[in-house]
Write a protein that binds this ligand. Structure first.
Ligand code: GLC
Length: 785
């Protein structure tokens, strides 16, 4: 590949050219202190939520520029050359460069004039410190005198208050180098701050000069590219910042290296609720051996999580995605929601429906974490059963512009079901969670109320109404809150089917009956002439009688989601409509890079002759290849037994496969994670990727491949093995942890189409379910399908 390559044995992606089309980032962090970092060490750090606890700055509006970040400057005192081992911001040419992203760690290795520098950045699982671990080797045959200087730029922890009130708030914190602690201490006492932690920046070696003032480090006419403080020998001005202002953490360290000699040093940022804890972190990490062992902890943290499910399919692109990058992407998305990335500016926090979907694919990787997120989500439900769009769990705030999405409460059932299936433990249903407005209820009642909330708000045709929008934000453009959503109708049926099983487990007969009534009622309407367009299902029934997603329209004739969900919900069984609608999907929505969300895109809105409104044609919800929505088409094709088609849709959206067709410079985004959408054929920029990392695509793609194509699906009763493989994939091996046992599964694809024969430890079992067993730890499973 043009800018770098995968290194599967190291679970990493190595960037060889620092000038990638956009910042290609990685996420670091434990569940509290977190950061993202690019292939140039650009990025920012936050604690819990970047809106109110943003520690360092990042300049969004300068994209694709990628400043500032976690910088090390080096200055050779003999030659006066200043460079960054991570290339930017000086961009001094390097003799060699490599940036490596892997789960939880980003590292750099470069050579400049015989000085080799390796740096790795990471945040250990148990301590709130960001470590910059540096090894410098003098590869020449003469002595070198070097000066190292760190740069981390601080701002106001509350992002919006910094934007609005900087001129006053800049005087409400101060920074000072403390000689005894060998640390720059950041004293934060901003008026009405929701959070004021103790923070400091330190190093393993005694510093030989410092700057807390950005003005002093950069200088009046300088810049991060050429800071005044590094223009002359030892020119750090030992500036403190007692009055506040633009702040940075620069610690200078002098390094003398004889020929062939090397030296390890580390810089680190530390945060704690009180001084005593902060000081103990400083003491701990000023001892380099603790820095080293912290990186071992980060590696084992991720190894343990990724080991839960490992596959060998014979296709290295799929294997590296399923074994490393896709589950990693899922966990990062759940940790970060839609809050912060190079696209998201950190003004958002958790999202009711998005976080719920993210947790779906994490329940087997980290069950407790998935549960914790679901508790936070359900606590945002109101007592009438409705969910909110976004909220800040750590400040108990909702975003003021949080519009109502009618689908919010359809999703938690999928994830709670997955949590119970994974663990075999349904006690989560009995947990009592408060409602956002008043009172409280068990998780079971939260789920049921969520469904009732959707059902109670039906329109004149009997389908659930849209409010601002359903899953598809773009439909808010129709400005018809009473429009009825066909997609949501299918989802309601699917959720009621799932909930009926949960109700049966709890012996709640009335609730089972309610679910059956809703399923029956909705199924009739969804298959009626109001919704069936002749060849596919429509998308919306507008309150003035107009139809969206109909062959009778000149734009937006067919939408992807209603077709996929008609299959998933089982509603489309009538007269073999399921096979038909998916055939039409292929006919009208397929492109070389995946399925578009609708066709043709809206040129003018709502009629073609009107001026365009909302997303440009082919962009986002207006006709892009919406990757998130493609996942449901893959699942639908598997349910119909169309293994070849499901696989074709799946592998098309693997970033490497699209990049091999359009090239990195056009695609732009990281090859190792999913994006939310790819510009569709309705645009001249067809094939350009959209928002990366933080997308429901990650979770659902993982579910689609592991639970539907491979067919390894936890259920209340045990582990189901029901593959739907493409003809080309003859043998797959899967290692899967499930309820404290490990299943070593070999699937032999004999083209039996739906029929599965299972052997567990050489004993044939009937059906496709392996019931849970407590007394054995490793099972050998053979599956013939
Ligand atoms: C984005 C949003 C998600 C929404 C989807 C479709 O992915 O994060 O909430 O459902 O777009 O509009």
């Amino acid at each position: 590949m043009k800018y770098g390559n995968f290194q599967d044995d190291l679970s990493s992606f190595s960037v060889s050219n620092p000038e990638t089309p956009r910042p290609w980032i990685n996420y670091l962090g434990n569940r509290r202190l977190r950061a993202f970092i690019s292939q140039n060490a650009g990025g920012l750090m936050w604690y819990l939520e970047p809106y109110t606890r943003r520690i360092s700055r990042y300049h969004y509006t300068a994209a694709p520029g990628d400043r500032p970040g976690f910088y090390i400057y080096l200055r050779d005192l003999n030659s006066d050359v200043v460079w960054n081992p991570h290339f930017a911001p000086t961009c001094t040419p390097l003799d060699s460069f490599e940036a490596v992203h892997q789960p939880g760690i980003s590292s750099f290795k470069s050579l400049k004039d015989d000085i080799e520098v390796s740096i790795r950045y990471g945040i250990p699982p148990d301590d709130d410190v960001m470590l910059w671990d540096i090894n410098i080797i003098n590869k020449s045959n003469k002595k070198h005198s070097l000066q190292a200087a760190s740069y981390l730029e601080f701002g106001i922890l509350e992002f919006m208050r910094e934007m609005i009130g900087w001129c006053y708030l800049k005087g409400q914190f101060s920074l000072k180098y403390d000689h005894d602690l060998n640390a720059i201490c950041y004293d934060y006492h901003v008026f009405e701050a929701p959070y004021s932690p103790e923070m400091a920046f330190s190093s393993t070696d005694k510093c030989a000069g410092w700057d807390c003032s950005r003005d002093a480090f950069i200088g009046r006419t300088g810049s991060l590219e050429s800071p005044t403080a590094l223009k002359k020998h030892n020119d750090l001005s030992n500036s403190d910042l007692p009055q506040g202002g633009h702040a940075c953490a620069t610690l200078g360290i002098n390094i003398e290296l004889a020929a062939g000699e090397s030296k390890k040093i580390a810089y680190f940022f530390a945060l704690a609720p009180e001084k005593e804890k902060l000081n103990s972190l400083l003491t701990k990490y000023q001892d380099y051996s603790n820095v080293f062992s912290a990186f071992e902890d980060i590696k084992s943290f991720w190894d343990k999580r990724l080991r839960v499910l490992q596959v060998k399919t014979g296709n290295e692109i799929i294997d590296r995605f399923i074994n490393i990058w896709n589950p990693y992407n899922c966990v990062v998305a759940l940790e970060t929601a839609r809050s912060i990335s190079t696209d998201h500016m950190g003004t958002d926090a958790l999202r009711f429906r998005d976080t719920t979907q993210d947790a779906l694919a994490v329940s087997h990787i980290d069950l407790e974490f998935a549960k914790e997120k679901m508790r936070q989500v359900l606590a945002q439900q109101t007592s009438d059963g409705g969910g909110c769009m976004t909220f800040f769990p750590y400040t108990n705030r909702q975003t003021t512009d949080s519009p109502h999405r009618s689908d919010n409460t359809v999703w938690p059932i999928y994830t709670i079901e997955a949590i119970i299936a994974e663990s075999g433990d349904s006690s989560i249903l009995e947990e009592v969670i408060p409602y956002r407005d008043s009172s409280e209820a068990t998780v079971y009642v939260h789920l049921l109320n969520g469904l009732k909330h959707i059902y109670m708000r039906r329109g004149p045709n009997g389908l659930p109404t849209m409010f601002h929008a359903d899953w598809n934000d773009g439909l808010a453009l129709f400005e018809d809150e009473a429009a009825e959503s066909v997609m949501l109708g299918f989802q309601l049926v699917y959720s009621c089917k799932k909930f009926a099983k949960i109700a049966a487990r709890q012996s709640e007969k009335d609730d089972i009956q309610w679910c059956e009534k809703v399923i029956d009622e909705m199924t009739k309407i969804l298959n009626s002439e109001k919704v069936w367009d002749g060849n596919w299902y429509r998308r919306l029934l507008l309150s003035d009688g107009k139809l969206v997603g109909s062959a009778s329209s000149s734009q937006g004739k067919i939408f992807l989601n209603p077709q996929s969900w008609s299959v998933i919900s089982g509603v489309g069984g009538l007269e073999n409509r399921s096979q038909k609608v998916m055939h039409e999907v292929k006919k009208y929505l397929e492109t070389p890079y995946g399925l578009t969300i609708l066709a043709p895109p809206y040129a003018g809105f709502p009629e073609p002759e009107d001026p365009p409104k909302g997303s440009n044609a082919g962009v986002g919800e207006n006709g892009a290849i919406f990757c998130h929505a493609n996942t449901w088409a893959i699942i639908a094709e598997c349910l119909l037994g169309n293994g070849d088609r499901a696989f074709d849709y799946y592998q098309k959206l693997l970033p490497e496969n699209i990049i091999s067709q359009v090239g990195e410079d056009h695609y732009e985004r990281e090859p190792y994670v999913y994006v939310s959408s790819i510009v569709g054929p309705g645009s001249d920029n067809f094939g350009k990727a959209g928002i990366s990392w933080l997308t429901g695509t990650a979770s659902w793609m993982y579910v689609a491949f592991t639970q539907y194509i491979l067919g390894i699906k936890p259920s209340f009763e045990g582990l189901i093995i029901d593959p739907c493989l493409p003809k080309s994939m003859k043998k797959v091996t899967v290692s899967r942890n499930f309820r404290d046992c490990r299943y070593e599964i070999t699937i032999f694809n004999e083209g039996k189409k739906g029929a599965v024969a299972l052997e567990v430890d050489n004993i044939s079992i009937t059906g496709n379910l392996i019931p849970p067993v407590q007394d054995r730890k490793v099972f050998q499973v053979r599956c013939y399908c």
